[in-house]
Design a protein around this ligand. Structure first.
Ligand code: FMN
Length: 204
Protein backbone atom coordinates (compact mmCIF):
# COMPACT_ATOMS: atom_id res chain seq x y z
CA UNK A 1 0.00 0.00 0.00
CA UNK A 2 1.70 3.22 -1.09
CA UNK A 3 0.79 6.61 0.29
CA UNK A 4 2.02 10.10 -0.49
CA UNK A 5 1.96 11.11 3.15
CA UNK A 6 3.41 9.84 6.39
CA UNK A 7 0.90 7.29 7.73
CA UNK A 8 2.40 7.89 11.19
CA UNK A 9 0.34 11.10 11.10
CA UNK A 10 -2.92 9.13 11.12
CA UNK A 11 -5.12 8.93 14.18
CA UNK A 12 -6.74 5.73 12.87
CA UNK A 13 -5.01 2.63 11.62
CA UNK A 14 -3.51 2.88 8.15
CA UNK A 15 -5.65 0.06 6.73
CA UNK A 16 -8.86 1.83 7.78
CA UNK A 17 -7.71 5.13 6.26
CA UNK A 18 -6.87 3.31 3.05
CA UNK A 19 -10.27 1.57 2.97
CA UNK A 20 -12.07 4.89 3.44
CA UNK A 21 -9.91 7.11 1.23
CA UNK A 22 -6.84 6.40 -0.85
CA UNK A 23 -7.34 2.71 -1.70
CA UNK A 24 -11.15 2.89 -2.02
CA UNK A 25 -12.58 3.02 -5.52
CA UNK A 26 -15.84 3.93 -7.16
CA UNK A 27 -17.56 0.70 -8.24
CA UNK A 28 -19.35 0.42 -11.58
CA UNK A 29 -20.46 -3.22 -11.39
CA UNK A 30 -21.33 -5.60 -8.60
CA UNK A 31 -21.55 -9.28 -7.69
CA UNK A 32 -24.80 -11.04 -6.76
CA UNK A 33 -23.84 -11.05 -3.08
CA UNK A 34 -26.77 -9.46 -1.26
CA UNK A 35 -26.57 -6.48 1.06
CA UNK A 36 -28.72 -6.88 4.15
CA UNK A 37 -31.13 -4.34 5.59
CA UNK A 38 -29.01 -4.44 8.78
CA UNK A 39 -25.99 -3.29 6.73
CA UNK A 40 -28.06 -0.51 5.15
CA UNK A 41 -29.26 0.61 8.57
CA UNK A 42 -25.66 0.62 9.85
CA UNK A 43 -24.68 3.00 7.04
CA UNK A 44 -27.28 5.49 8.24
CA UNK A 45 -26.44 4.92 11.91
CA UNK A 46 -22.86 5.96 11.15
CA UNK A 47 -23.44 8.91 8.87
CA UNK A 48 -26.07 10.65 10.98
CA UNK A 49 -23.49 11.46 13.65
CA UNK A 50 -21.31 13.38 11.21
CA UNK A 51 -21.85 17.14 11.42
CA UNK A 52 -24.29 19.41 9.57
CA UNK A 53 -25.12 23.08 10.02
CA UNK A 54 -27.26 23.65 13.15
CA UNK A 55 -27.40 19.83 13.36
CA UNK A 56 -30.10 19.99 10.67
CA UNK A 57 -29.41 16.54 9.18
CA UNK A 58 -31.62 17.07 6.09
CA UNK A 59 -30.51 13.92 4.23
CA UNK A 60 -33.22 11.32 3.62
CA UNK A 61 -32.43 7.90 2.15
CA UNK A 62 -34.65 5.58 0.10
CA UNK A 63 -33.07 2.16 -0.40
CA UNK A 64 -34.25 0.70 -3.70
CA UNK A 65 -33.86 -3.09 -3.45
CA UNK A 66 -36.83 -4.89 -4.99
CA UNK A 67 -37.19 -5.55 -8.74
CA UNK A 68 -40.43 -3.54 -8.67
CA UNK A 69 -38.76 -0.48 -7.17
CA UNK A 70 -35.74 -0.86 -9.49
CA UNK A 71 -38.11 -0.88 -12.48
CA UNK A 72 -39.53 2.47 -11.37
CA UNK A 73 -36.05 3.99 -11.03
CA UNK A 74 -34.36 2.57 -14.13
CA UNK A 75 -35.99 4.74 -16.84
CA UNK A 76 -35.18 7.85 -14.81
CA UNK A 77 -31.43 7.16 -14.83
CA UNK A 78 -29.19 8.30 -17.68
CA UNK A 79 -28.55 5.58 -20.27
CA UNK A 80 -24.97 5.10 -19.09
CA UNK A 81 -26.08 4.47 -15.51
CA UNK A 82 -28.89 1.97 -16.10
CA UNK A 83 -26.77 -1.18 -16.29
CA UNK A 84 -25.04 -0.24 -13.03
CA UNK A 85 -28.38 0.11 -11.26
CA UNK A 86 -29.59 -3.20 -12.69
CA UNK A 87 -26.55 -5.03 -11.29
CA UNK A 88 -26.31 -3.34 -7.92
CA UNK A 89 -28.05 -5.18 -5.07
CA UNK A 90 -29.18 -1.80 -3.74
CA UNK A 91 -29.44 1.71 -5.15
CA UNK A 92 -29.95 4.46 -2.58
CA UNK A 93 -31.83 7.59 -3.56
CA UNK A 94 -30.35 10.40 -1.49
CA UNK A 95 -32.69 13.34 -1.05
CA UNK A 96 -32.73 16.65 0.77
CA UNK A 97 -35.71 17.32 3.04
CA UNK A 98 -36.65 20.93 2.28
CA UNK A 99 -38.90 20.82 5.36
CA UNK A 100 -35.96 19.95 7.64
CA UNK A 101 -36.76 23.10 9.63
CA UNK A 102 -39.79 21.35 11.16
CA UNK A 103 -37.29 19.40 13.30
CA UNK A 104 -35.25 22.37 14.55
CA UNK A 105 -36.83 22.32 18.02
CA UNK A 106 -35.62 18.74 18.56
CA UNK A 107 -32.29 18.94 16.75
CA UNK A 108 -31.15 22.48 17.46
CA UNK A 109 -33.21 24.16 20.18
CA UNK A 110 -30.55 26.88 20.44
CA UNK A 111 -31.16 27.81 16.80
CA UNK A 112 -34.95 28.05 17.02
CA UNK A 113 -34.65 31.75 16.19
CA UNK A 114 -33.74 30.74 12.63
CA UNK A 115 -37.01 28.90 12.04
CA UNK A 116 -39.14 31.89 10.96
CA UNK A 117 -36.58 32.68 8.24
CA UNK A 118 -36.97 29.14 6.93
CA UNK A 119 -40.77 29.17 7.35
CA UNK A 120 -40.96 32.30 5.19
CA UNK A 121 -38.69 31.28 2.34
CA UNK A 122 -38.59 28.05 0.34
CA UNK A 123 -35.48 29.40 -1.40
CA UNK A 124 -33.65 29.72 1.95
CA UNK A 125 -34.48 26.27 3.19
CA UNK A 126 -33.99 24.61 -0.22
CA UNK A 127 -30.45 25.99 -0.47
CA UNK A 128 -29.69 25.10 3.14
CA UNK A 129 -31.15 21.59 2.79
CA UNK A 130 -29.31 20.83 -0.45
CA UNK A 131 -25.96 22.07 0.85
CA UNK A 132 -26.15 20.08 4.06
CA UNK A 133 -27.64 16.96 2.46
CA UNK A 134 -24.79 17.07 -0.08
CA UNK A 135 -22.26 17.10 2.75
CA UNK A 136 -24.10 14.11 4.20
CA UNK A 137 -23.94 12.39 0.80
CA UNK A 138 -20.15 12.45 1.19
CA UNK A 139 -20.49 10.95 4.65
CA UNK A 140 -22.84 8.34 3.16
CA UNK A 141 -20.19 7.18 0.68
CA UNK A 142 -17.58 6.90 3.44
CA UNK A 143 -20.04 4.99 5.67
CA UNK A 144 -20.69 2.52 2.82
CA UNK A 145 -16.93 1.98 2.63
CA UNK A 146 -16.67 1.62 6.41
CA UNK A 147 -19.08 -1.33 6.13
CA UNK A 148 -16.66 -3.02 3.71
CA UNK A 149 -18.99 -2.34 0.80
CA UNK A 150 -18.36 -0.37 -2.39
CA UNK A 151 -20.29 2.73 -3.46
CA UNK A 152 -21.10 3.93 -6.96
CA UNK A 153 -22.46 7.49 -6.76
CA UNK A 154 -24.38 8.79 -9.79
CA UNK A 155 -25.61 12.30 -10.48
CA UNK A 156 -26.72 11.30 -13.97
CA UNK A 157 -30.46 10.93 -13.57
CA UNK A 158 -33.68 12.87 -14.02
CA UNK A 159 -34.06 14.58 -10.63
CA UNK A 160 -37.51 15.99 -11.35
CA UNK A 161 -38.67 12.62 -12.64
CA UNK A 162 -37.36 10.81 -9.54
CA UNK A 163 -39.07 13.37 -7.29
CA UNK A 164 -42.38 12.89 -9.11
CA UNK A 165 -42.11 9.10 -9.05
CA UNK A 166 -40.80 8.53 -5.51
CA UNK A 167 -41.65 11.73 -3.61
CA UNK A 168 -44.98 13.05 -4.95
CA UNK A 169 -46.48 15.84 -2.82
CA UNK A 170 -43.42 15.67 -0.61
CA UNK A 171 -40.75 18.18 0.45
CA UNK A 172 -38.00 15.70 -0.53
CA UNK A 173 -35.76 16.62 -3.47
CA UNK A 174 -33.41 13.97 -4.87
CA UNK A 175 -29.73 14.91 -5.05
CA UNK A 176 -27.78 11.71 -5.79
CA UNK A 177 -28.15 7.99 -6.50
CA UNK A 178 -25.63 5.60 -4.90
CA UNK A 179 -25.22 1.98 -5.93
CA UNK A 180 -24.15 -0.23 -3.04
CA UNK A 181 -22.73 -3.75 -3.11
CA UNK A 182 -19.69 -5.95 -3.42
CA UNK A 183 -17.58 -5.00 -6.45
CA UNK A 184 -17.31 -7.48 -9.31
CA UNK A 185 -13.95 -8.34 -10.90
CA UNK A 186 -14.59 -5.65 -13.55
CA UNK A 187 -15.94 -3.07 -11.11
CA UNK A 188 -13.22 -0.45 -11.36
CA UNK A 189 -12.13 1.91 -14.12
CA UNK A 190 -8.55 3.04 -14.46
CA UNK A 191 -7.71 5.35 -11.59
CA UNK A 192 -7.72 8.99 -12.62
CA UNK A 193 -5.21 11.53 -11.34
CA UNK A 194 -5.85 13.88 -8.46
CA UNK A 195 -4.72 17.50 -8.49
CA UNK A 196 -1.44 18.18 -6.70
CA UNK A 197 -1.60 19.72 -3.25
CA UNK A 198 -0.10 23.01 -4.37
CA UNK A 199 -3.05 23.45 -6.77
CA UNK A 200 -5.75 22.81 -4.19
CA UNK A 201 -4.19 24.26 -1.06
CA UNK A 202 -2.49 27.34 0.25
CA UNK A 203 -1.01 27.98 3.66
CA UNK A 204 -1.58 31.52 4.89
C1 FMN B 1 -21.47 13.34 -6.95
C2 FMN B 1 -20.97 12.29 -7.90
C3 FMN B 1 -21.66 12.06 -9.07
C4 FMN B 1 -21.23 11.06 -9.95
N1 FMN B 1 -21.99 10.76 -11.05
C5 FMN B 1 -21.65 9.70 -11.82
C6 FMN B 1 -22.53 9.27 -12.86
O1 FMN B 1 -23.63 9.80 -13.07
N2 FMN B 1 -22.13 8.20 -13.61
C7 FMN B 1 -20.93 7.57 -13.40
O2 FMN B 1 -20.63 6.60 -14.12
N3 FMN B 1 -20.09 7.95 -12.40
C8 FMN B 1 -20.43 8.99 -11.61
N4 FMN B 1 -19.62 9.37 -10.54
C9 FMN B 1 -18.36 8.63 -10.31
C10 FMN B 1 -17.08 9.50 -10.41
O3 FMN B 1 -16.73 9.71 -11.75
C11 FMN B 1 -15.95 8.78 -9.65
O4 FMN B 1 -16.36 8.66 -8.31
C12 FMN B 1 -14.64 9.52 -9.72
O5 FMN B 1 -14.15 9.53 -11.03
C13 FMN B 1 -13.57 8.91 -8.79
O6 FMN B 1 -13.34 7.56 -9.13
P1 FMN B 1 -12.46 6.63 -8.16
O7 FMN B 1 -13.15 6.59 -6.84
O8 FMN B 1 -12.45 5.28 -8.80
O9 FMN B 1 -11.09 7.25 -8.08
C14 FMN B 1 -20.04 10.33 -9.66
C15 FMN B 1 -19.36 10.57 -8.46
C16 FMN B 1 -19.82 11.51 -7.58
C17 FMN B 1 -19.10 11.68 -6.26
Amino acid sequence: MSTEFDTALLGIDAASAAALFHEARTAYSFTDQPVTDAQLAAIVHLLRWAPTAINSGPLRVSFVRTPEAKARLLPLASAGNQQKITEAPVTAILAADTDFHEHIELLAPGALGMKPGFDDSFENRNGFARFNASIQAGYFILAVRALGLAAGPMAGFNNVGVDEEFFPNSPLRSILLVNIGYPSAEAFRERSARLPLDTVTEYL
